[in-house]
Write a protein that binds this ligand. Structure first.
Ligand code: GLU
Length: 416
């Protein structure tokens, strides 16, 4: 036991040595972590901060107190200092992200969605980007903390919640998993009279019928909000009542899709169609931000474990199914083109949000409300193209024997 304590002390002392002057250690700690993208509001740092909070800012802390402060995060600190985080040179990586952000900000093509007044009124110039790695290293630029409604970006998440609850066989007995090749809200079903996939409206409405179906509408919505909270490491999702009321008011196509599917007996026995549609409109009206959406994307990149809390929110198999369908169906009628050129699972929404996952590395979200004719954010697509132009993030960039000159920012576990 004593030997173990001595080894632990030696380990903590070597971390302290790296922080230099003990009188400045607490500040050096914050600076070092932030250089690696681990920021002060990271929930993992709370225990460390609680120790520091007991002393005035300029107090000289003794070794025992510094040990107490760094002990809960010793592994995280070691990994950061030893270059073991998934993107070891995070500062250089974020310089590139900032550069891509500045470059794509100049784009002013596209139109904001106008099918409801609440979206038509959003200032078109907004632009935000956030990224979060599987180790919780974060970067943000621009309007990354401004709320927008998730719209179709909620579809992959609802699909995950339905999978967790019902399993893959039951969900896909009701909803297909092929791209439709048709508009996202088109009045069409596949040959078996099932919605083509959960990423287009028909499939997303059917997905809603599979989430907590026995519960009250209020409890179903609470459940979804709670899952969003877990996916973002404890941050609360918002809700826009105005967008919800507008969606409901202008939702004729979605009502038509609902009745069409009811006629074709798509929904499970006992489904209340109108309640299901309302639940769908409510989920479209969930408010998020680039910062929070990047955390969701990072949880997906991390196989369902939230990097900020270490909590398993989704099963690995759920995430695998979700990423597969984001890859093939997530970008409206640009899905095939996006898979070809960008090679990453992604989901966009009419409010201009775009959530992208680089599996095992990071998740990111861009938000810019001007859309191209296919309904995807112009700046969001441009950001992805430039990112994948610089780094080998395309799913097939890294094949054996690849001579591609793109850079690889991630830590390599194995030398080839
Ligand atoms: N609320 C929209 C609808 O159902 C979502 C569309 C979208 O983001 O693709 O029509």
């Amino acid at each position: 036991m004593e030997r173990a304590d001595a080894a632990e002390d030696a380990r903590l002392r070597s971390i302290l040595d790296l922080l230099g002057d003990p009188r400045r250690a607490r500040h050096a700690l914050g600076e070092a972590l932030s250089a690696h993208g681990i920021h002060a509001d990271d929930p993992r740092l709370a225990a460390t901060q609680q120790v520091f909070a007991r002393y005035p800012d300029d107090a000289a802390l003794d070794e025992a107190t510094l040990f107490e402060a760094i002990r809960p995060n010793a592994r995280l600190l070691e990994r950061a200092f030893l270059g073991e985080l998934v993107i070891p040179d995070f500062a250089s990586f974020t310089t590139e992200l900032r550069d891509i952000f500045d470059e794509t900000r100049a784009l002013e093509d596209g139109e904001v969605a106008t099918y409801i007044p609440q979206l038509a009124r959003v200032a078109p110039g907004h632009y935000g980007v956030s990224a979060c790695t599987v180790d919780g290293q974060r970067f943000s630029a621009g309007d990354s903390d401004v709320d927008f409604t998730a719209q179709s970006c909620m579809k992959p998440l609802n699909y995950c919640f339905a999978l967790e609850e019902n399993g893959e066989d039951e969900v896909h007995r009701i909803i297909g998993r092929e791209p439709s090749g048709r508009g996202f809200n088109e009045l069409t079903l596949n040959k078996e009279n099932r919605p083509h996939n959960p990423m287009i409206n028909a499939g997303a409405i059917a997905t809603c019928s599979l989430i907590r179906r026995g519960a009250s509408v209020a409890d179903r919505f609470d459940h979804v909000m709670e899952q969003w909270r877990r996916l973002t490491g404890g941050r609360k999702a918002g809700f826009s009542n105005a967008v919800y009321l507008s969606e409901k008011d202008k939702g004729d196509r979605n009502y038509a899709l609902g009745y069409f599917m009811k006629e074709k007996r798509v929904f499970p026995e006992g489904t209340d169609l109108l309640q299901t549609l309302e639940f769908y409109f409510q989920c479209c009206s969930i408010e998020t931000s680039c910062e929070r959406m990047a955390l969701v994307a990072a949880t997906l990149a991390n196989g369902g474990i939230c990097p900020m809390t270490g909590e398993r929110v989704l099963r690995f198999s759920t995430v695998r199914s979700c990423l597969s369908l984001m890859y093939s169906c997530g970008m409206y009628d640009f899905s095939g083109e996006f898979a070809f050129t960008i090679g990453l699972p992604a989901k966009s929404g009419v409010s201009g949000g775009l959530m992208v996952v680089v599996p095992n590395v990071l998740g990111f979200c861009t938000w810019s409300p001007r859309l191209d004719p296919l309904g995807n954010s112009v700046r969001g697509i441009a950001f992805c193209k430039e990112l994948v132009g610089r780094f080998n993030f395309h799913n097939y960039d890294d094949l054996v024997g690849s001579l591609d000159a793109k850079r690889d920012p991630r830590r390599r576990m194995l030398l080839r």
